[in-house]
Design a protein around this ligand. Structure first.
Ligand code: 6CS
Length: 360
């Protein structure tokens, strides 16, 4: 976004601010459309903040297409024009390289409950990685999963050889490019809004996203296969302007932190529900689509192929990246060892466990 365009957005915001009726207005921008997981998150954030502040605060939500693309939203938060945004690591990695830890294949537990526990309370994330956000003028409020990453492709892919010459659209992150390269594909970064036409015009042969996004962006209409490779989750972060946040009265800071914590419990079953419902919708709309889930052995082959990307991550992010990765591996190992989350025995059969051990 050019400087003038930013200023125009800023003044548009100030103007609408003066028209708002509540005393205080907080603005929350999304990288996704109305009806998405991020939208559900923001709606509930708004509902809770407005109720708990007894009308003192009004939250205004800006879905994808109203303020800018993902990196522009982060810029708007960093410059203080808006207070909150979702910032997905696949794009935020150009500003904060360490955040790309969320993109490393086969690192986070395949088990969604275990994954949620890590994302909600990890010291590696909220302690060490949180500092990297602060250095860029951002406060990290929450990290959560929007669901399992699923490939949609023109051709069937069950082994790295099948990816040969297949252009897979990925978000613009060096770690994603390296991972899909290691998987055997030709990774092709492209903005989210161009993926549908990219598939339609055969500029790309496939893409990767959670099911709800594949449905709402209609990628299934221009794909032949949906493939569950069980390599990663779509993990996102919720950010705020650091200076603004730290200058808030202590009760308002507590209100935001507490709400972000509560929303971990809210969004987890909701994203599952969204992904399941949207899959049913896709099947109904496109019965000719072939659905494939990779076998455990096939999953492990891809996971093993991408293992060297962890070393690349350390090389790109230095000491802090190493500490984040090592602390996370320890936390993940502990949770998988325990096999208990909230008193429930987890069915842990992740091929990733083996991979993590090898890495150590
Ligand atoms: O693939 C992307 O670029 C986008 N996917 C989702 C599900 N959310 C935002 C992100 O920019």
């Amino acid at each position: 976004m050019t400087f003038l365009a930013r200023i125009a957005v800023f003044f548009a915001i100030v103007l609408s601010f003066s028209q708002a009726s509540a005393q205080t207005v907080w603005r929350f921008a999304l990288e996704e459309l109305p009806g998405s997981v991020q939208h559900a998150y923001a709606l509930e954030f708004k509902r809770r903040i407005e109720a708990k502040s007894a009308g003192e605060v009004e939250v205004i939500i800006y879905p994808l297409g109203t303020l800018g693309n993902s990196s522009e939203l982060t810029e708007l938060v960093a410059m203080g024009a808006i207070q909150f945004a979702h910032a997905t690591p696949g794009i935020l990695g150009s500003l904060i390289p360490e955040v790309q830890v969320f993109l490393l294949p086969a690192l986070f537990p395949a088990n969604e409950e275990a994954n949620k526990e890590i994302l909600a309370g990890s010291e590696a994330i909220y302690g060490i990685l949180g500092k990297a956000y602060e250095e860029k003028g951002l406060t990290l409020l929450s990290v959560y999963s929007e669901g399992e990453m699923v490939w949609t492709t023109r051709k069937p892919v069950t082994q790295p050889e099948d990816f040969r010459n297949l252009k897979m659209r990925v978000m613009a992150s060096p770690m994603l490019v390296a991972s899909y390269d290691a998987f055997g594909a030709s990774p092709t970064p492209m903005p989210y809004g161009e993926v549908y036409s990219g598939l339609q015009l055969k500029l790309i042969d496939g893409q990767v996203n959670p099911v709800f996004a594949i449905e709402e962006m209609k990628f299934y209409e221009v794909s032949n296969y949906m493939i569950w490779p069980k390599q990663e989750h779509f993990i996102t972060s919720v950010i705020s302007n650091q200076e603004w946040f730290s200058g808030l009265p202590v009760q308002q800071r507590a209100l935001i932190r507490e709400t972000a914590q509560e929303l971990q419990e809210y969004i987890f079953p909701l994203q599952r529900q969204y992904n399941a419902q949207r899959l049913a919708h896709i099947k109904q709309r496109s019965p000719e689509l072939t659905l494939i889930t990779l076998s455990k052995d096939q999953q492990a082959t891809f996971a093993k192929a991408a293992l060297p990307v962890r070393q690349l991550y350390i090389e790109e992010t230095g000491m802090r990246g190493r500490r984040i990765l090592e602390t996370l591996l320890h936390e993940i190992h502990q949770i998988e060892e325990n096999q208990y989350v909230n008193g429930t025995v987890l069915p842990i059969e992740s091929p990733y466990k083996v991979v993590s051990h090898n890495h150590k």
